[in-house]
Ligand binder design. Structure first.
Ligand code: PLP
Length: 207
């Protein structure tokens, strides 16, 4: 997998070091996670706070953990305590709760704004037209937004969504792009992804 990501980066004239593989370990058995750790993988993504706590509190040492699923405000305290990166900031109430909890606990967490590039009603994320305003809102709260994240619609080519995310990041002075999953990580790397979130192509199908 790292080979293929590196190849896609080189093809795009980018350095392989500029792309982080986030191994999406949600719903995978512990044996597979432990094998991945033994192989040297250190960055993992989970989509549920509770599931991630059970799995990762005993394995936390030396690992970077990213929350890639929706975050409810009543789980903010646990999420800030567990995760290094929260990629799914998508509404004002959540941004305010994160700002409060990070200040209260003196725990900085790296943040991404999730963008609903396909404007799908069932999907989380800020609408594209609201991104600039929402990033400004976060900054006014004193939050540092590191980048943008998206999950393109399953039924459409992903490239236009990746390109749109890259453009929105650039105009907001953001350098990190979390985009690309098992089916489309190579395209995402070509379009500027700085991290790809790969689950099934790495671990096999989810139980
Ligand atoms: C599950 C998930 C992934 C990984 O999906 P695969 O298709 O298994 O690679 C990536 N991003 C998010 C937000 C996910 O929920």
């Amino acid at each position: 997998m790292l080979d293929r990501i590196a190849e896609a980066a080189r093809e795009a004239g980018r350095s392989p070091d500029d792309v982080t593989l986030v191994a999406v370990s949600k719903q995978q058995p512990d044996e597979k996670i432990d094998a991945m750790l033994a192989a040297g993988q250190r960055v993992f993504g989970e989509n549920r706070v509770q599931e991630a706590m059970g799995r990762w509190i005993p394995r936390r040492e030396g690992v970077e953990l990213r929350l890639i699923g929706p975050l409810q405000t009543n789980k903010v305290r646990e999420a800030v305590a567990l995760f290094d990166v929260i990629e799914t900031v998508d509404r004002e109430k959540l941004a305010q709760a994160l700002a409060r909890e990070m200040a209260r606990s003196d725990t900085p967490v790296r943040l991404y704004v999730q963008v609903n590039t396909g404007e799908e009603p069932q999907k989380a994320g800020v609408a594209p037209r609201d991104v600039d305003g929402f990033v400004a809102f976060c900054r006014d709260l004193g939050l540092t937004v590191e980048g943008l994240m998206c999950i393109p619609p399953e039924t459409e080519p992903a490239e236009p969504h990746f390109a749109m995310l890259a453009e929105m990041a650039a105009r907001n002075g953001l350098t990190k792009l979390s985009m690309g999953m098992s089916a489309d990580y190579a395209a995402a790397v070509r379009l500027g992804a700085t991290s790809v979130r790969v689950g099934s192509a790495l671990f096999g199908g989810r139980g």
